[in-house]
Design a protein around this ligand. Structure first.
Ligand code: FES
Ligand SMILES: [Fe+2]
Length: 443
């Protein structure tokens, strides 16, 4: 047993035999873009839940994801020859198919007799809608495919991006459910006069200390930040945490806002963020300029990447990073052109969450009422991990993936005193769905 010594560690550590590591192993994990693996192409090194793995695509197009160590004498299969529907270890020539079956043991005369007994440690993999998914739990208890709407967007209609973040998955994720930072980190320089009346960022500037409600749901936790408009209606921004590591942000109209982010733990202090959105969603703030027609300072539209390398941590690294202080522009900060001095929203989040250290020390924090979504999500996550450990209770969405189909974020208006959860359910019925009916696709 990998010892965890506090609730804090129970929530954050993800290696084998940790409470949260076991919880994460109940779910399919998005790991790579389908385009990263070519038939008979080079194997790719990935790190998931503290395990070093290789991924490859065989001659028939099937995907293999397995422990990088050859089960003979542990040479890395990363150097293997991807040939004729299998990967062949370069040390003594043993060959394995995508399921880990041993196909050939050519360095001993009785190879044909013993190969049946040898298996590479392979995990179930799925290639769906532009993403490669991996299941690292009990291989005879494979759960249904996740039913988050954004994960079901047909290939070609989804925008899928990856970004590596060098800190623990939970502290990275919490940046997405921390609503009050928006008016400072991202929009601290903005003034009300900068925006047209219908600009999605106006709310931030009118109220930098948002009021909001938080609730548990079937699939995780949800908050509704509210503000009474001058016309007497209530404006809502609803955002979600969905088990085990998904977030949905309120960055456009609820009815068409199909998008999700996965905060996939690579190990305890590295996270791969997978951003999935429907190309036809109107998108967030970046697309809408200021009243004077100029782009919003600090809202650069794209992430610049370093070239990917073969290193375990070499995929999808931004150019702006800890080593160059995220290219902070102190003049822009001093003159209040960009509050943070960092030129892009996602990188502003990257800078603050990485700056806490690889794993934040929760004992050092002072949570206040603006942190109630974070506190509630932590409690929910911890309880689910301990219930799995102590009672064998499966966490939300594993055996009832259809619950995830009802997770949607975005903005909407209600009558002043209407219950936001009632309004949510009502609006969900009328929301534009990317696929027309609830798909119950099983693996
Ligand atoms: S270590 Fe792989 S074949 Fe020997
Ligand atoms: Fe943010």
């Amino acid at each position: 047993m990998n010892k965890v010594t506090s609730n804090s560690e129970a929530m954050t550590r993800v290696g084998p035999d940790t409470p949260m590591g076991n919880l994460m192993r109940q779910y399919w994990l998005p790991a790579l873009a389908s385009s990263e693996l070519k038939s008979d192409g080079d194997p790719v090194r990935i790190v998931l839940l503290g395990e070093k793995l290789i991924a490859f695509r065989d001659s028939s197009g099937r995907v293999g994801v397995m422990d990088h160590r050859c089960p003979h004498r542990c040479a890395s299969l990363f150097f293997g020859r991807n040939e004729h529907d299998g990967i062949r270890c370069i040390y003594h020539g043993w060959k394995f198919d995508v399921e880990g079956n041993c196909l050939d043991i050519p360095n001993v005369s009785n190879g044909n007799e013993i190969k049946e007994k040898i298996h590479a440690k392979a995990y179930k993999a799925l290639d769906r809608n532009g993403l490669i998914w991996v299941f690292m739990g009990p291989q005879d208890q494979v759960p249904p495919y996740p039913m988050l709407e954004a994960a079901l967007i047909p290939e070609g209609e989804a925008s899928i991006r990856f970004v590596q973040r060098n800190c623990n998955w939970l502290q990275a994720l919490e940046g997405d459910i921390d609503t009050s930072h928006f008016g400072f980190l991202h929009a601290g320089s903005a003034e009300l006069d900068d925006f047209q009346d219908d600009h999605p960022m106006r709310h931030t500037v009118t109220n930098r200390a948002p009021d909001y409600h938080v609730t548990d749901t079937d699939w995780g936790t949800s908050y509704g930040a509210y503000r009474l408009e001058e016309n007497g209606s209530m404006s809502w921004r609803v955002a979600n945490f969905v088990f085990p590591f998904w977030t949905q942000a309120p960055n456009s109209d609820f009815f068409t806002n199909v998008g999700v982010r996965a905060w996939v733990p690579m190990d305890d202090d590295h996270t791969m963020v997978v951003l999935i959105s429907w190309k036809k969603s109107p998108g967030a703030y970046t697309g809408m300029p200021l009243k004077n027609g100029k782009p919003i300072p600090g809202f650069a539209p794209n992430i610049d990447y370093l070239p990917n390398t073969n290193d375990w941590y070499g995929r999808w690294r931004p150019v702006a990073r800890w080593e160059n202080d995220y290219e902070i522009d102190r003049d822009a900060q001093r003159q209040n052109i960009i509050y943070s001095g960092i030129k892009m929203v996602f990188m502003q989040d990257q800078a603050v969450t990485e700056s806490m250290g690889g794993m934040t020390d929760h004992a050092f924090e002072h949570l206040v009422s603006s942190d109630q979504m974070i506190a509630r999500t932590r409690r929910r996550v911890l309880k689910a991990a301990l219930s799995l450990q102590d009672e064998g209770k499966l966490p939300p969405g594993v055996s009832n993936p259809e619950a995830m189909w009802r997770a949607r974020s975005g903005t909407f208006h209600t009558e002043a005193h209407e219950d936001w959860q009632v309004a949510y359910e009502k609006n969900l019925k009328n929301a534009v769905r990317v696929i027309s009916s609830t798909p119950l696709t099983q693996v």
